[in-house]
Ligand binder design. Structure first.
Ligand SMILES: Nc1ncnc2c1ncn2[C@@H]1O[C@H](COP(=O)(O)OP(=O)(O)OP(=O)(O)O)[C@@H](O)[C@H]1O
Ligand SMILES: [Mg+2]
Length: 440
């Protein structure tokens, strides 16, 4: 017994949407669940369709169109059963997906599938599974694909719980490569998820089911009348709203897948999953570097314009060749800080130079003024010392002292004049000053 109501409801809803149970059975079980009646675990285990429906008379050793010899079953999904087969004509291994009967009978789905297959067959890239053809043998309709020896990321997750950051980065870069090529060819995958990405033994990524995976889900949408379809876990807000799907919807699904690869769980789950895709911000991933967190969360932006605008851009960021928004903002802020600092230093330097120049001018002006004053003073001594008045002699003496204190050299030529004076004391003083000045 499982008693996690939310999880059970989601599982049931997914089974209904995938066409594994009828809408009536889904409603019935939902009502039972909500009424408190526990659901048997076996009801929740995906058994896509019964043997009769699935195999359509195909068994091991069957040869389709006299060319494809079925060797073994390798997987089952919403569209049908996948077999490993031998292309007898070319002697190569191929994978054959035989469509489940109800899908094979849905004329509109088949027309869509043929159209998608025709486009997908034109894709040729090392990271994209090659689709050889879409064909039919009697009532059996099937896709012939490149056989990939490896493991899906879904299998890896089941085996290992979660993947190492370095490996996720390496795988993402290859996925981006394949996506970017297809997007340039105007093909959108529309169903990126771990079961649609395989990794070969050599660590090479192969994206499966380009463009075709949604056909079955869309056929189911028409049958059930539901606006949304397929695996809700990886569905972008615009896909949920059923409008304007473009390459950035693949980027969103890739973001969900990377989140799951890194943490072991997708960011959104439970019965309110659609509401979460539309309105809730995913929790940042613990144990994951801030840079990779930002990359993944950028993929998961609700608005397409806020996501990476191409897989190429995302790859460049993953490989560190391009900055993230936060890194660009930090770099620009740092550049601005440096520019401001340089401007500030330049302004300071200029102010200092101006101050120095001003100081120099002031100093020169003062010196000139002083010189002029000194000259004037010496004149005054010369004139005054010839005078008779005691008072005037004292003034001259004071002047002479101050000039001497300032290093004046104005007396030498004037001593002769002073000598003529009758005042011996004054003459002596002036003489002393002159000697002192001359260093005697
Ligand atoms: N070309 C291939 N080479 C090798 N294995 C393949 C190939 N295509 C599919 N498989 C295997 O078959 C499994 C079923 O694939 P399928 O596409 O039918 O279902 P799915 O992707 O798991 O689910 P859904 O139908 O909901 O997309 C894959 O998980 C994978 O293991
Ligand atoms: Mg698939």
């Amino acid at each position: 017994m499982i008693d996690d109501k939310e999880r059970i409801l989601l599982l049931l809803k997914e089974r209904w949407i995938k066409g594994e149970i009828s809408k009536e059975r889904y409603e019935e079980m939902k009502a039972e669940l909500l009424a408190g009646i526990k659901v048997e675990k076996k009801e929740l285990i995906a058994e896509p369709f019964d043997e009769q429906e699935t195999v359509q008379g195909v068994g091991l050793g069957s040869v389709l169109l006299g060319r494809y010899e079925i060797e073994m079953e390798i997987g089952r999904g919403g569209m049908g059963v996948v077999y490993k087969a031998k292309d007898i004509k070319l002697d190569i291994d191929v994978a054959i997906k035989i469509l489940r009967e109800d899908l094979a009978r849905d004329g509109r789905a088949i027309r869509n599938l043929k159209e998608e297959a025709r486009i997908a067959m034109g894709l040729s890239h090392p990271h994209i599974m090659r689709l050889h053809t879409f064909d039919e043998d009697g009532h059996r309709k099937f896709l012939v694909m490149e056989y990939i020896k490896g493991e899906t990321l879904k299998d890896r997750l089941e085996r290992e719980g979660k993947l190492k950051e370095s490996e996720v980065i390496a795988l993402s870069a290859q996925i981006c490569d394949g996506l970017d090529y297809a997007h340039r060819e105007k093909v959108i995958h529309r169903d990126i998820k771990p079961s649609n990405v395989m990794v070969t033994e050599r660590g090479e990524v192969k994206i499966l089911d380009f463009g075709i995976a949604r056909v079955a889900a869309d056929s189911m949408t028409r049958i059930t009348g539901q606006a949304t379809s397929g695996t809700l876990v990886y569905m972008s807000p615009e896909q949920i709203r059923g409008k304007d799907v473009d390459l950035r919807s693949d980027i969103y699904a890739l973001g969900i897948m990377l989140y799951e690869l890194l943490t072991g769980n997708p960011p959104f789950s439970g019965v309110t999953i659609e509401h979460q895709h539309l309105h809730e911000t995913p929790e940042p991933m613990g144990d994951v570097s801030p840079r990779l967190n930002e990359i993944v969360l950028k993929c998961l932006e609700k608005g397409k314009d806020q996501r990476f605008q191409s897989a190429e851009e995302m790859k460049a960021v993953l490989e560190g060749r391009l900055e993230l928004d936060s890194e660009r903002a930090a770099r620009e802020a740092e550049e601005k800080r440096r520019r401001d600092e340089a401007l500030r230093r330049e302004a300071e330097e200029k102010a200092r130079r101006e101050e120095d120049a001003w100081e120099e001018r002031r100093r020169r002006g003062a010196a000139e003024r002083e010189n002029r004053k000194e000259e004037k003073r010496s004149e005054s001594i010369f004139v005054e010392t010839r005078g008779e008045s005691e008072l005037k002699k004292n003034w001259a003496l004071t002047d002479a002292r101050s000039i001497q204190e300032q290093g004046g050299s104005v007396f030498f030529g004037r001593i002769a004049e002073i000598k003529k004076e009758e005042d011996n004391r004054f003459r002596r003083l002036i003489g002393d000053m002159a000697k002192q000045r001359l260093g005697h």
